[in-house]
Design a protein around this ligand. Structure first.
Ligand code: AMP
Length: 482
């Protein structure tokens, strides 16, 4: 379905821009032709394909090519540290690495951007595969076992998500217009604008990291985007709202803002309504493991409480489970579980996790605490230690395990630093075996293995890690030190 839709647009609106970023643009005709040529090369091998870049037009070409070739694409941010990239490559056993532009890391066997351009230049055509159980993409998120873990999303799950997105009036209303993409392609929120936009024949306008870090540059890009839909995290929306110029004059065509990935505050939702008259503010919810988002709700002006979705028109069945895995009645709090076609195929390497079955359908237990009330789903935080920082999903265990690799360290714990109800950074508590390292040395060592958003801002030395009666690290005691 998805590939057929893109092929249809390539046939019927070949000259329309499918994709645009500050690295160049791409029409539907070009996207389809180049992706087919590249697919005929990719078909020669099997397994996941690492696609690395900064949102160059070669990235969507590579993604479509991978789908045509029947190989999952594994998007990687160009600024990832070498060690992490190699680690993910090993876990994924990725035999092909495509560099869509300049990247901070290198591998001798990678296909360079120049070579990629040549591979895209041919005139080959490949047939569209009909097997929808094949994996469409693998996305690596922070792992609670100390290493990144890759969620496998099938074409079936992705297409279920895209069909659901296009059924939302707020998305259908502007589906073939310009969709502004904020999220990195290695973050599942990007799936919402990229594949929904391409399926509907719209133009995806992608913002890269550099454009996003400077407000005046960002505003200039938003203004020239002509965006009708903006998909982003609430953290990004708050960043945009920093200056009064983020409003109707800047984005006169903006109809819908699709927020997902972390809790949305009433303040942010109301500010968006104040700045953009007539804007549809959508709060969507879902994990990477179930193709981006599974439910959504339109937030009206002056909302006091923010639900995360309407149950009746969710992309999947939503359940609230007790700790033994049995469904709870409406109004009771428990773990949010997703049952249906959007649920992914498990983790790369068959790692254990929340995947299972329910009534013969795929199920994913999210680890989120929630409640269904009057047909709405409400979010009540995590049941584990997972942190959301600037919309990024972080398992503190992964940072702790990186710190514990150092021979000077006896024990380490990482906690969120909270300010006004949101996470403002991370703090690391370290019990040293030898002379403590300075904070900047700790940062330097960690930045060699972790992405920038996972680096703790503060480092505390503890003489002895506090313990609970059960012999576990007493995180509450550590929290008091913040
Ligand atoms: P990710 O896999 O990075 O998309 O993160 C998924 C997690 O983000 C979920 O399990 C929730 O904890 C959180 N999350 C996603 N959307 C929302 C939302 N609208 N409100 C609150 N938390 C959310």
């Amino acid at each position: 379905m998805l590939l057929e839709q893109i092929a249809h647009h390539a046939q019927n609106q070949a000259e329309k821009n499918a994709y645009q970023s500050r690295w160049g643009s791409l029409t539907y005709g070009e996207l389809w032709k180049k992706a087919n040529s590249l697919a005929s090369y990719l078909q020669k091998e099997n397994g996941a394909v690492m696609v690395c870049g900064r949102k160059e037009p070669l990235m969507p070409i590579a993604f479509v090519a991978c789908m045509l070739a029947g190989r999952p694409y594994l998007p990687m941010d160009a600024h990832l540290p070498q060690e992490r990239m190699e680690r993910i490559g090993r876990i994924a056993d990725a035999k092909t690495v495509l560099l869509c532009g300049e990247c901070d890391f290198h591998t001798a066997s990678a296909v360079t951007a120049k070579q990629l351009q040549e591979l895209c230049a041919g005139d080959k055509r490949v047939p569209i595969l009909q097997n929808n159980e094949r994996d469409a993409y693998w996305l690596f998120t922070s792992g609670s076992s100390g290493v990144p873990k890759g969620a496998r999303i099938s074409m079936r799950a992705l297409e279920n998500f895209v069909t659901w997105m296009l059924s939302l009036p707020s998305v259908a209303d502007c589906a073939d217009a310009v969709a502004v993409n904020q999220a990195k392609f290695s973050f599942d929120l990007s799936v919402a604008d990229l594949w929904t936009g391409l399926a509907a024949g719209g133009t995806v306008y992608a913002l890269d990291d550099e454009e996003q870090s400077d407000l005046s540059v960002l505003y200039r890009s938003l203004k020239s985007s002509g965006g009708a839909r903006l998909s982003c995290t609430p953290s990004f929306a708050r960043w945009c709202l920093c200056d009064k110029s983020f409003g109707r004059e800047l984005m006169p065509q903006l109809k819908t803002i699709f927020l997902c990935g972390e809790a949305l505050s009433p303040k942010t939702a109301n500010q968006l309504h104040e700045r953009f008259d007539g804007l549809r503010v959508i709060n969507a919810y879902g994990p990477t493991e179930a193709a981006c988002a599974v439910c959504a709700v339109e937030i009206e002006p002056d909302a006091r409480d923010i639900p995360i979705g309407t149950v009746a028109d969710a992309a999947n069945r939503l359940l609230i489970l007790d700790s033994a895995g049995y469904p709870l009645p409406e109004g009771q709090r428990g773990e949010i579980a997703i049952v249906g076609a959007s649920v992914g195929s498990g983790y790369v390497g068959n790692l254990s996790g929340g995947f299972g079955n329910y009534d013969g359908q795929p199920l994913y237990r999210t680890g989120d605490c929630g409640e269904i009330h009057n047909g709405l789903l409400w979010y009540h935080g995590r049941l584990d230690r997972q942190i959301k920082y600037k919309g990024y999903r972080i398992e503190p265990m992964e940072i702790e395990s990186a710190i514990q690799q150092w021979q000077q360290v006896r024990a380490a714990a990482v906690l969120p630093i909270k300010s006004a109800g949101t996470v403002a950074g991370l703090a690391a508590f370290i019990e040293w075996e030898k002379e403590p390292l300075k904070a900047d040395e700790c940062q330097k060592r960690l930045s060699a293995v972790l992405p920038a958003y996972m680096l703790p801002k503060r480092f505390y030395t503890v003489e002895k890690m506090p313990m609970t009666g059960r012999g576990k690290c007493d995180l509450r005691k550590l929290e008091e030190m913040l």
